[in-house]
Design a protein around this ligand. Sequence first.
Ligand code: NAI
Ligand code: SAJ
Length: 433
Amino acid sequence: MIKENSPIAIFGLGHMGLPTAALLAKSGLKVVGVDINKETVEMVNSGQSPIMEPGLEAMVKKAVENGCLSATTDTLSAVGAVNVIMIIVPTPVDDDKKSDLSAVISASKSISAGLKKDDLVIIESTVPPGTCENLVIPLLEKSGLKAGADFKVAYTPERALPNNTLYEMTHNARVIGGVDSESTQMAVSLYHRITEGEIIMVQDLVTAEMVKLMENTYRDTNIALANELALVCDTLGVDAIEAIQAANHHPRVNIHTPGPGVGGHCLSIDPYFLVEIARERGLETPLIQASRKVNEDMPGEVVRIIQKALEGEGKTISGSKIGVLGAAYKGNVADARETPAKPLIEELISKNADVLVNDPYVSPEIIRSWGAQIVGLETALESDVVVLVTDHDLYRNIKPEMIKNRLLVCTRPILDRETFQKEGVIFKGVGRS
Ligand SMILES: NC(=O)C1=CN([C@@H]2O[C@H](COP(=O)(O)OP(=O)(O)OC[C@H]3O[C@@H](n4cnc5c(N)ncnc54)[C@H](O)[C@@H]3O)[C@@H](O)[C@H]2O)C=CC1
Ligand SMILES: CC(=O)N[C@@H]1[C@@H](OP(=O)(O)OP(=O)(O)OC[C@H]2O[C@@H](n3ccc(=O)[nH]c3=O)[C@H](O)[C@@H]2O)O[C@H](C(=O)O)[C@@H](O)[C@@H]1O
C-alpha cells in the first residue's frame, strides 16, 4: 500500500486538476501541483484560482496557507518528492478529430524521469481505451522499473460537472481500474479520503477508460436525439419542449433538452476517441458519428431559424443587428471551449449581420477573436432579433418588455414562451419555430 499520507504530485492544475489538488490537500495530504503554465503556478502559490468554480479559490487559499498545497513547473523535483503522481492534463482532438495525447505523453515522460520503486501513478485524463496500457506504461517503464512489479498504475475517470465540481468530486460514484489489483486497492484507499460516493472497482485499466467514454457518448447521442426530434417538431409546428416534457412522464423515457449544439471540452470530443479506437480495430460506429454530426450541425440550424424569424418581419440577416445572449458552452460557466456560440456567431457575421454579444462570464478577448462586438445586456436586447444561446441564470430575469423589437429566438428552455407571446413577442426556438 502507499505509505500513509504519501505526498502527491498532480500534473495539470485546470478545471479538474486544481479542484482535485485542493480536495486532497484539504484531506491533510501534502500536494504539489505541476503545471506548464507559469501564470497558473504563480496564482496557485499566491492562494488564487485560475479556474472559476464555486468554493475553489477559498479552498486553494486555505490549503496554500496551511502549507498543504504548492505549485511548480519543475517536474523532476515534484516527482522526486512524492510517492503518488496523478495525470490530469488536457486531451483534446486535432482538426481531423484524432486524439491529441501530447500532454499525456509529455507528463508521462516527465514522471518516468523521476519514477521510484513503489510509486503509484494515477491517470484521470479522458483517453482512448488502451492508452494507459499501450502508451503511458511503456513511457513510465523507460525508467527501468516494471509496471505492477515495481510501480503501480491506476485509471479513474473524472466525471464532475463544471460549476458543481467540488460537490460532484466528493459525491459522485468513482470508477477505478488498475494494472493489477494492488494498484486498484491503493487508488481506492487514496480516493476514500475525498470521495463519499460509491467506489466501483473494475477489472482493469481499459475497462475504466471505456466507462468514461461510454458515459459521455451516451449523453452526446441522447442530446443529438433530442435535437433531431426538435427539428421534426419544427416541421409540424409542434412545441418540442412541451412534447418532450409530456413524453418524459413515461417511466422509461428521458429525452434530453434540445439546444443550439453541444459544447465543452468533453462531450464534443470524447465520442471521437471511441470512433478512432473502433476504426483502428476495423469497426465503424455510424450512430456515434451521426450523433456528433447532428450536434455539430445545430448552430447552422439556429441560423436558419433566425433567418426565418427575420424574414417574417421583412428583414434579412444581412444588415440586421443580432443580439446574442451567451458565449459560454453552457449556463453559469466561463468556459467557451467548443461552444456552439462560436460557429453560430461566425456564420451570422459571414452573412453580414452586426453581431452584438453579451456574456459576463466569458473573457472579452475570446469573443472579440470571433469578430463579434461585446455589449451590455440592455444593448443586446435592443437588437433587431435577440438570440439566447447560453442558459446563464441571469437571463432568466429577462422580461418581454425588455425585448425592444419583439423578436426572440430562445434556444434554451429558460424563458416561458406563453408569457412572452402574450406580451406580443414573437418567440422562436429550437423545435419552437
Ligand atoms: N473540464 C471538465 O469538465 C472535465 C475534464 N475532464 C478531463 O480532464 C482532463 C483535464 O481537463 P481540464 O481540467 O478541463 O483541462 P484544462 O485545460 O482546464 O487544464 C489543464 C491544465 O493542464 C496544464 N497542462 C497542459 N499540459 C501539461 C503538462 N504536460 N504537464 C503539466 N500540466 C500541463 C495546462 O496548463 C492546464 O493548466 C481532460 O482529459 C478532460 O477530458 C474530465 C471530466 C470533466
Ligand atoms: C455524462 C455526463 O453528464 N458528463 C458530464 C459532461 O459535463 P459537461 O460540462 O460537458 O456538461 P453537459 O451538461 O453534459 O453539457 C454539454 C453540452 O451539451 C449541452 N446540453 C446538455 C444537456 C442537454 O440535455 N442538452 C444540451 O444541449 C450543454 O448546453 C453543453 O453545451 O462532461 C463532463 C466531462 O467529461 O468533462 C463530465 O465530467 C460530466 O459528468
